[in-house]
Ligand binder design. Sequence first.
Ligand code: UD1
Ligand code: MG
Length: 478
Amino acid sequence: MSKKHAGGQQKEANVAVVIMAAGKGTRLKSRKPKVLHEVGGRTLLSHVIAAASGVVDAKQIFTIVGHEAERVQNAVAEFGTRFVEQPEQRGTGHAIQTALKSITDYENVLVLSGDVPLIRTETIEQLWRFHQKEDAAMTILTAAPENPNGYGRVVRRRAGSAEVESIVEDEALTSAQRSIKEINSGIYAFKTSALEQYLGGLKANNARGELYLTDMAGVLRAAGERVVAVQAEDAAEVLGANTLAELAALDARMRATTANRLMAAGVTIFRPDTCVIDAGVEVEADAIIEPFVQLLGRTKIGAETRVRSFSVIENCTVGERVIIRQSCVLADSSVGDGADIGPFARLRPGSEIGEDVHIGNFVEVKKSKLHAGVKAGHLAYLGDSEIGAGTNIGAGVITCNYDGVHKHATRIGKGVFVGSDSTLVAPIAIDDGAYIGAGSCITKDVPAGALAVGRGRQVTKEGWAEARRARRKAQEQG
Ligand code: UD1
Ligand code: MG
């Protein structure tokens, strides 16, 4: 029986999981292998592995790779699963034949499809429990979606019976079988011994000339073995992604699920259908997400923070009571409580924005630490810098961090006033409480409390403009 795992739950020991992910995905018409296409901001395959990891340890998961095997392996290396190579893809039945020698130590095997990404751990466990209870040779996870077209259909022995006669692929359905609404999800449980005994008998006498794993239902049944099916409650969970349109539908569904999870936890999302929120994003209660916001990767948003429209936030940690105004772009950075960012601000990777900092329009920050209360309200570039608490950065200030070869650091102390349109040529340090006159080009360090001005002196010539106009006029007339 399935026992609880991770935090009280224990994973299954006597069952392997095999994930079929070797196919090219011809119907996607894409260069990228199908299982590396994404829904909800993660690859199809990583969703499937994550769901399987809830049932068994990673070392019991065998991913079958073939088309662009190395690329696929690298993309999911973090999970620590094992891999089986199927160099030539001759069908789902052939895929399992290839994997069979790796799993002989396990009494049972759960077979998952790499292109059925919404599957949940709970549903795999439901299949596994049913398979054991029924003591079946093969158990098929089925569903009854609104539109069964394109899927294999499950022919039950009798209406209402758990037992299955066969699976018939869409292309081979008789007109009577077309009315069957129950589809094969491409997810199964097998007794390993049944695979060992009968898998070799599959034949490729079908439309695609492949060995179909689905034929195992009829083969086992004919041999008098027990073949049963259990239906998933939510058909959406087992929908496959064979075309880009199907992928887009799954992506929308997964994002809707994420938005619903956040709303149920107290987050306000106006027009959630317009927002793109990745599955791994966390948002605390009382945050407000306006229309057309993108929250991507491992982004975390704190309580009572408001993210205004058209902002794109990727892999950032944003504190509480922050306002991110319209059209900000934030990546791989952190923002402290109470900060006020944008509109039209950009935080590039490695930026640490302290509490109550204000970053205004057209300010770009890269790999910089801004301590509490810093203000940079307009049109600045702050790169490779550290700026002390309470410092004011005037409009148009630029840290000149790059000399054409190397990047250099700018250090500005606490309570500094950097006048507008100043350029700070790094490496440079400006100490606490200093003043920089507007329009300065600062190339030498400035000590604490000093005033530095680095610009041409203003020259004012009284009456000069009037005299010039008079000269012009005289020339024109003469
Ligand atoms: C399969 C089932 C169909 C079911 C549907 C559910 C078969 C013959 N049909 O059809 O009954 O309704 O899934 O989504 O199995 N793969 C390999 N090696 C191969 C061939 C495929 O690893 O040689 C992998 C693919 O990468 C994919 C998975 O197996 O992840 C399923 O293959 P796919 O071609 O998508 O099968 P479907 O036509 O969707
Ligand atoms: Mg498929």
